[in-house]
Write a protein that binds this ligand. Structure first.
Ligand code: HEC
Length: 389
């Protein structure tokens, strides 16, 4: 996580990402790049990355300085076109400026790329996709990566290189497309020996994307279980929903509004509707979903998948009795556990500052209001290769 003065760096990294994506789209529109796994393939072995800039502020400032010099150079070249009398002087200044620019070290900004580096997942992070990924993971991956993704599978010891901890920051640091590429084409150590096997022959593209969805959901739940917070933002899984007026819609269609997911417990009364949130209930199985006829409930056809997906992201065997709140951008932000009476802003599990250790949560009259205010004030911001709360 970066310091408070990282606003410009976020913007710079976002710009680097979108400029490269736009370049790729332009090349694809001109028919200059080949498709790879259903999307335009990145044609170069390297890409510009902001990841290292987040770690090394000095290099980031040098990059920003160089970009300022580049902007000045562009301006001078335009000036030279119209200001004939000073043209020679201006053209001499350009190479001097370029040499004097504080260029960052090449290895910091250029990182290895794969043809899929800029691919975007088409899966929509749905509960279906997560369930599909879960089944595939059990079939192909659990042997090495382990049931919790921490890399302690039965086959792991036998290998020269142990699998990485998929419940750590890895999945957030890597571009989704690079993850896809590594699953489909495998990975090799420096000496050329295969480390991670290639699954391109056994999996379709949509299955690999489903695996990535599952691994992210699992990693979110694992970090919540072991650290008490979502150290990296977890998206609200999408699912089919049916409302009282019989209208069918998807959870993702409420994007822009706060969404509250309620997993009814055995004894709890359902919460009252609240104008500040859209409330959607999930149910352990199709039958319970059909029986539940007030407000909006997950569609019976996806009830079991949704229940399993929310068990995963909360790191519990069953989400019964849990309530989750997602912000307007579709990030899961807060959880209330079974038996918990009200909300306090300490339930915000995806946040900028550390959770006060041992401090008693302050009981406020409108805990939910305080929580929402805090959530809105601290949105999850995108940076390349990862997210900053
Ligand atoms: C034979 C053991 C083995 C199996 C089976 C296996 N992996 Fe791996 N996996 C590894 C090892 C070892 C690495 C570390 C490779 C490296 O860093 O060179 C790895 C790395 C990864 C990574 C990290 C990629 C990155 O970008 O650093 C992901 C994601 C992953 N595996 C997903 C999967 C999925 C999904 C499956 C099932 C379809 C799977 N693995 C099956 C051993 C395995």
């Amino acid at each position: 996580m970066t310091g408070a003065d990282d606003g410009w760096l976020n913007a710079l990294i976002g710009l680097m990402q979108s400029a490269q994506f736009a370049l790729l789209q332009a090349l694809a529109a001109l028919g200059l790049v080949e498709a790879s796994h259903g999307q335009p393939g990145w044609p170069w072995p390297v890409k510009l990355s902001g990841e290292n800039l987040l770690i090394d502020g000095g290099q980031a400032r040098r990059l920003a300085g160089s970009l300022a010099v580049l902007a000045l150079v562009v301006f001078l070249l335009l000036l030279a076109m119209v200001w004939r009398r000073r043209r020679v002087a201006i053209l001499v200044a350009v190479p001097v400026l370029l040499l004097a620019a504080p260029w960052p070290d090449a290895h910091v900004v250029w990182v290895p790329a794969t043809p899929a580096s800029f691919h975007r997942s088409p899966s929509g992070f749905t509960v279906r996709s997560i369930a599909q990924g879960q089944a595939l993971y059990a079939q192909h991956c659990v042997g090495c990566h382990g049931a919790d993704g921490r890399g302690q599978g039965a086959l792991a010891d036998a290998r020269s290189m142990s699998p990485p901890n998929l419940a750590g920051p890895l999945l957030w640091r890597r571009a989704d497309g690079d993850l896809l590429w590594h699953v489909m084409h495998g990975m090799r150590a420096r000496d050329g020996k295969a480390t991670m096997p290639a699954f391109g022959e056994r999996l379709r593209d949509d299955e690999a994307w489903a695996l990535i969805d599952f691994m992210k959901a699992q990693a979110a739940g694992e970090t919540l279980r072991s650290t008490g917070v979502w150290a990296w933002p977890a998206a609200l899984p999408d699912a089919a929903v049916r409302c009282e007026d019989q209208s069918a819609r998807r959870l993702a269609s409420w994007h822009g509004q706060r969404v509250r997911i309620v997993a009814p417990g055995v004894t709890q009364a359902p919460p009252l509707e609240d104008p500040r949130l859209v409330t959607v209930r999930i149910a352990p199985d199709a039958e319970s979903a059909l029986r539940d006829a007030i407000g909006c409930v997950v569609d019976a056809s996806e009830a079991a998948d949704a229940w399993a997906a929310f068990a995963l992201v909360t790191g519990t065997p069953s989400p019964a009795g849990t309530t989750l709140i997602a912000d307007r951008d579709g990030w899961l932000r807060a959880r209330s556990q079974p038996g918990q009476a009200g909300w306090s802003d300490d339930d915000l599990l995806c946040r900028t500052d550390a959770v006060p250790s041992g401090a008693q949560p302050a009981v406020v009259a409108d805990g939910l209001g305080a929580l929402i205010a805090r959530m809105d004030a601290q949105p999850v911001r995108f940076v390349k290769g990862g997210f900053v709360h």
